[in-house]
Design a protein around this ligand. Structure first.
Ligand code: ZN
Length: 64
């Protein structure tokens, strides 16, 4: 099994980990009801996605 020849220096380890930070999720707003939605997700408030009603929300039409 291959084994590292040299110990990874603190500097090199830090450079590698410089890409490890978390990025905040992008929040967009539903074009119909202006609720905040995650990108590429159906709006959980009105079921709107890609210019149409993608899902039928239970509390909207069924009344439960
Ligand atoms: Zn919406």
């Amino acid at each position: 099994m291959a084994v590292p020849k040299r110990r990874t220096s603190n500097s090199r380890q830090g450079h590698r980990r410089s890409h490890h930070r978390l990025v905040a999720v992008q929040i967009q707003y539903c074009p119909r009801c202006n609720e905040p939605v995650l990108p590429h997700r159906v709006c959980s408030n009105c079921g709107f996605y890609q210019g149409r009603d993608a899902i039928q929300l239970p509390d909207e039409k069924q009344g439960k």
